[in-house]
Design a protein around this ligand. Structure first.
Ligand code: MLT
Length: 407
């Protein structure tokens, strides 16, 4: 159980009844004041606002135990007694400062809702603040899968009877890019590997290619007995998804293309890949991350969500130099997938951050226009890493699309 530091609240005269006691309705609002005070002293009052959600009270039970009077200073203790995926229960006890007499105890059940009032999984930051079971943190479902010539580290979360989604991360990232979608899309079996050369997956010195990553993923699906999956790839993950659609169309149930583009690198971009590889070799993977970061995140994300920049740095740091250089080479040498778009038969959603400068909304729009029946979702306020920067809007766009390809 997580406890917040106790806060002290003074009883005001207007909160008391004709007999001078703190009245029962005011006790509830006193508990509410104490909760906001605890937030202000801890993670900040904007905790919910900055995560785009609202804590909605669904049930409150109060046990009144003793009287309190104007001027009494009550010490309010707050503890999380239950934490689920979308809900949590707080127990608050108000005690008289001098002798610790319990005045009242409240159990309050909250549901995390989005701005439209729909229950949503607790965003990661809020989950961390509330403590308890670490259902939203990535990494708890990790296993290693030995395939031909490579071992992949994979986060697998089963939904018995549900269809499967294969999440393919971009560069220089790992499977935790999808932390919010892994927590949120619970009707689906979610499979999120670290590609070869990334995180805990094995990192050979060479042999990296987009087709190689794609073949690893097919072997991974085979090893998990998944015949067909929704492919969800971001940026480099999208390049890999194009290769999979081109060569293994019968394994693709549907396609989600995030912040990606079908075009190959031009000459200048290819030279840029070589420069980045040199930077990784000479100054390390962090230097590559710092070089890329400002271009990847929206300016508002950089200002308002420092934890997202930190998550990016953490992912980048988990990539060995050989894996990073290998990925840069694989992207440099990839072919152009523009010609493939018109032949895609799988239901497709194209997702792009409104502020994505690496694969801008215009590119996404043209790509969606070229894929028969594809839908486009523009995520306001997100840069190149929409699933991490605007997780609620991105997960909602995924859900709306997935309802059409229901498990
Ligand atoms: C990515 O996010 O995977 C990269 O930005 C892709 C690229 O550099 O082309």
């Amino acid at each position: 159980m997580t406890s917040f530091p106790p806060v002290e609240i003074t009883v005001y005269p207007f909160e008391c009844d004709a007999f001078g006691h703190l009245n029962h309705a005011a006790t509830l609002s006193l508990f509410e004041r104490a909760r906001w005070e605890a937030l202000a002293q801890g993670p900040g009052m904007s905790l919910f606002h900055r995560n785009g959600v609202v804590p909605a009270v669904r049930k409150a039970t109060v046990e009144y135990r003793a009287a309190a009077f104007p001027g009494d200073v009550l010490r309010v203790e707050t503890t999380i007694v239950h934490r689920g995926t979308t809900s949590w229960t707080l127990r608050q006890t108000a005690r008289k400062g001098e002798d610790g007499t319990a005045i009242a105890t409240a159990d309050i059940v909250f549901v995390c809702v989005d701005r439209a009032g729909r229950p949503v999984a607790l965003p990661e930051e809020i989950g961390r603040v509330l403590g308890g079971p670490a259902r939203v943190s990535a990494g708890t479902h990790l296993s290693r899968v030995a395939l031909e010539g490579v071992e992949l580290s994979v986060d697998v979360r089963n939904a018995p009877g549900g269809g499967a989604i294969l999440f393919i991360h971009g560069f220089p990232l790992d499977h935790t890019l999808w932390r919010h979608q892994l927590a949120g899309l619970q009707r689906w079996t979610r499979i999120a590997p670290d590609l070869r050369g990334v995180g805990e997956s094995s990192a050979s010195e060479d042999g990296y290619a987009i087709a190689r990553y794609a073949d690893d993923l097919i072997r991974l699906l085979d090893s998990l007995d998944v015949e067909r999956a929704v492919l969800c790839g971001l940026s480099m993950g999208g390049y890999i998804a194009f290769d999979l659609v081109g060569r293994y169309a019968d394994r693709v149930k549907a396609l989600i293309l995030c912040d990606t583009r079908p075009q190959a690198d031009n000459e200048a971009a290819r030279r840029g890949r070589d420069d980045m590889a040199e930077l990784a070799r000479t100054r390390g993977v962090d230097a590559v991350g710092e070089e890329m970061l400002p271009r990847l995140l929206a300016a508002a994300t950089m200002n308002d969500q420092p934890e997202v920049a930190q998550q990016f740095r953490d992912m980048c740091r988990r990539i060995p130099v050989a894996g990073m250089v290998g990925a840069l080479k694989a992207m440099r040498d990839r072919g152009d997938s523009s010609g493939l778009l018109g032949s895609i038969r799988a239901p497709t959603l194209v997702v792009v951050g409104s502020e994505d400068r690496a694969s801008p909304p215009d590119v996404a729009r043209q790509m969606a226009d070229a894929i028969p029946g594809a839908r486009l979702a523009v995520i306001p306020g997100a840069g190149h890493l929409a699933p991490l920067e605007q997780p609620l809007a991105t997960t909602r766009a995924f859900e709306d699309f997935l309802e059409q390809v229901a498990p």
